[in-house]
Ligand binder design. Sequence first.
Ligand code: ZN
Length: 198
Amino acid sequence: MDYYGSQINKLIEKLAMLPGIGQKSAQRLAFHVIHMPEDSVKELSEALIDARQNVHYCKECCTLTDQDVCPICRSEARDHRTIMVVETTRDLAAYEKTGKYNGVYHVLQGAISPILGIGPADIRLKELLTRLQGDVDEVIIATNNSLEGETTAMYISKLVKPTGIKVSRIASGVPVGGDLEYVDEVTLLRALEGRTEL
Ligand code: ZN
């Protein structure tokens, strides 16, 4: 039975497409939006469209940014000879929150997963190799401790080793299968400080 009419149903349906939003949450959000001031709804919809249109990958590190080169890559205060490899921009944000890492990043935008059919060419590895032709002292692999993260770490260490650049892997203080963004800052710092050379 159609309780709401097609406009509300359409809104619920679109919201339910977002990850982590079930039917109930979608309904709750839809009714919240309907009761919001019209200006606020307009701002929300504009923010969605602007972000989608203007955000792309940083030319250097492949993180998501609305600039050609992201603020971290542009910063002269950062150590550009140390590159931490992470899976997603969210992981980068987690390390940035610790405020203790002064190097730069490389964001793979995924991880190798034979099960899902994601191979080395499907993530931003080629871009990493190009960067390694410059002045780099160390590559810190901070992919997740999941099967995919470990597979990716192993693959990268094999690629980097012949270049003579130091490769290290963050310590396994991070719970297995745990997404980096959910791990607290102390654990992240410990994992970084306790990294081992591969
Ligand atoms: Zn960047």
